[in-house]
Design a binder for this molecule. Structure first.
Ligand code: AVI
Length: 317
């Protein structure tokens, strides 16, 4: 059994404001539900970023200051199925850029699928998948002299609270050389009537995604959460720019987690915070970059101005 999982669940459910880490959404069922989420009409993020990669790949190449004759490594953190990235790979390949694609992911399975799809769709593209922790792989790559371009797409940084996003940026900064660049995909701050439905879809897929956390605790830690006694509830205000998902107890109840030898009491209306999805603008990103040497050089947005891919460069201060 995963001891970190057990420890994190204990910590989160024992806190005065109960919380569960969103990284535990992604088991086999959660991965499949997230694919469904990305295809939902309400979840505009995926289509908006795809629009940038499909329709502005020339602008992207220019903004990243890539040169056909200089070898570079295109390193993607958490590559997934690479749908967006393949648009950029194709444009680079068509114009004979000299590069290697290095997708990094925790999932060996995702990397194998990506490798075979790139090999069949873009046979000229050199791909060197790396399985493991982002920063361990980046630390190794730092030793090379070639320019590194890091892709961190899909507003994945938005799932980190601001303090952790700052730590992430500082670690990324430490693992890059002067002149290396980052393409950071973020969801932009916008009104509630667009953001909330993306986290509360009509078909109830996001609700299943959120409740799957309780199913995991039931299955893996022998808990007795009654899924019918918790409601999915997202919240968002445009002023703050943060969407938060909660599971709300619909009654007073006690849940026992066998492998922890513990029971947790929930009052009616009590919330468990399960996810943070921060939305960005220039000012918020500047604040997250803080004193790091990563500076904003450029920004591309989709045709509806919903999503942005920022180009950051590590400068010599
Ligand atoms: C992966 N991440 C950027 C998604 C988001 O929008 O925060 C995860 C997600 N949660 C609910 N819907 C999608």
């Amino acid at each position: 059994m995963n001891t970190n999982f057990k420890k994190d669940i204990d910590l989160g459910l024992s806190a005065p404001h109960k919380t569960l880490p969103s990284k535990y959404f992604y088991d086999k069922i959660g991965d499949a539900l997230f694919v469904e989420i990305m295809n939902m009409p309400e979840y505009y993020l995926t289509e908006a970023e795809f629009d940038i990669f499909k329709n502005q790949n020339q602008e992207l190449i220019k903004a990243l200051q890539l040169e056909p004759s200089t070898f570079f490594e295109l390193v993607e953190l958490g590559a997934g199925d690479g749908t967006k990235t393949k648009q950029l790979l194709k444009a680079l390949d068509d114009q004979n850029y000299n590069f290697e694609y290095v997708p990094i992911d925790i999932s060996e399975h995702a990397l194998l699928n990506l490798k075979s799809s790139v090999a069949s769709e873009l046979p000229n593209v050199k791909i060197r998948p790396k399985q493991g922790d982002y920063f361990n792989v980046l630390a190794d790559l730092k030793k090379t002299e070639h320019p590194i371009i890091v892709l961190f797409l899909g507003s994945n940084i938005g799932n980190l609270p601001d303090s952790r996003a700052k730590e992430f940026i500082h670690k990324l900064n430490d693992n890059l050389k002067i002149g290396d660049r980052v393409l950071l995909g973020v969801d932009l701050i916008k009104s509630k009537d667009i953001v909330l439905p993306a986290y509360n879809d009509a078909q109830g897929i996001t609700k299943r995604f959120n409740l799957n956390l309780l199913t995991r605790i039931n299955t893996e830690l022998g808990a007795d959460f009654d899924l019918n006694s918790f409601e999915h509830k997202p919240e968002y205000t445009e002023e703050e720019g943060i969407a938060r998902s909660f599971l709300v107890s619909t009654k007073n109840q006690t849940v026992t987690v066998r492998s922890l030898n513990k029971s947790f009491h929930f009052t009616e209306g009590e919330k468990i915070h399960t996810e943070t999805s921060r939305k960005y603008n220039d000012r918020i990103l500047e604040d997250i970059l803080g004193q790091s040497s990563l500076k904003i050089c450029d920004r591309l947005t989709d045709s509806k101005q919903l999503f942005a891919d920022y180009v950051l460069e590590k400068k010599n201060r």
